[in-house]
Design a protein around this ligand. Structure first.
Ligand SMILES: C[S@@+](CC[C@H](N)C(=O)[O-])C[C@H]1O[C@@H](n2cnc3c(N)ncnc32)[C@H](O)[C@@H]1O
Length: 214
């Protein structure tokens, strides 16, 4: 799952991960973070998810990071916003009222570019990444957001039955990835209707991660 894999998916419009509706777990659980109006929410690997528009409607500022410029052109079209665009070295900056997206590799996005982040919303981001890069991704996002609390959505299923993405993330994996820095709490789990590919039973889980007390 390198850069070309994802850019190819967007070029060929193979974006089965893109949901037509706002994620039900986001709407149900963002309140767990007690965010004030105007808080800045970071959405890593954001694609053109409708969740960004929903977060804007709730009065949050939204900051995204996404590899595919095509995705972000479409996101701004969907939001009926004309972006300002600038080059920041390896990363492009798209900005409109209440929203900023860094277009490029998440590992090229630095904390000083993001500014203060109150919370992270991870839907289909961690689960999109192969195991070898997950720990680096988790550390990187925690570092550039100053350890901001997170709403994390994962899937769990028999990994032998299907190759990801999305990859199966077990409870043990969530704890190993996050527990040193975060207190990990499962908020809800729900069976994925019809499973994956219509035959592989899967459970979707919503977690809240809060910085562990020293
Ligand atoms: C499974 S999709 C999920 C998109 C979005 N979160 C959603 O819920 O629709 C994963 C996204 O991560 C992006 N991506 C993959 N690797 C990335 C990287 N290293 N840096 C930034 N974005 C990346 C892909 O282009 C793709 O849009």
């Amino acid at each position: 799952m390198n850069v070309d894999y994802w850019l190819g998916k967007w070029d060929r419009n193979e974006i089965g991960f893109h949901a037509a509706k706002v994620n039900k777990f986001l709407a149900a659980h963002i309140g767990a973070l007690n965010l004030p109006a105007g808080a800045r929410v970071f959405v890593p690997l954001c694609g053109k998810t409708r969740d960004m528009g929903w977060l804007l409607e709730q009065g949050f500022e939204v900051v995204g990071a996404e590899l595919s410029e095509l995705a972000i052109v479409q996101l701004f079209e969907d939001l009926a916003l004309v972006p300002e665009i600038a080059e920041l070295g390896d990363v492009k900056w798209y900005s409109g009222t209440g929203i900023t997206v860094f277009v490029g590799d998440i590992f090229d996005v630095r904390g000083d570019m993001l500014g203060e982040i109150a919370a992270v919303y991870d839907r289909a981001a961690l689960v999109a990444l192969p195991e070898v890069v997950r720990a680096d991704y988790v550390d990187h996002v925690a570092r550039i957001t100053g350890g901001a609390p997170q709403i994390l959505l994962t899937f769990e299923y028999d990994q032998a039955a299907m190759t990801g993405p999305p990859f199966s993330i077990t409870v043990a994996m969530v704890e190993a990835l996050f527990a040193p820095q975060f207190e990990v709490q499962l908020l809800e789990d729900a069976t994925v209707e019809g499973g994956f590919k219509g035959r592989i039973p899967a459970v979707e889980k919503a977690w809240v991660l809060r910085a562990a007390r020293a």
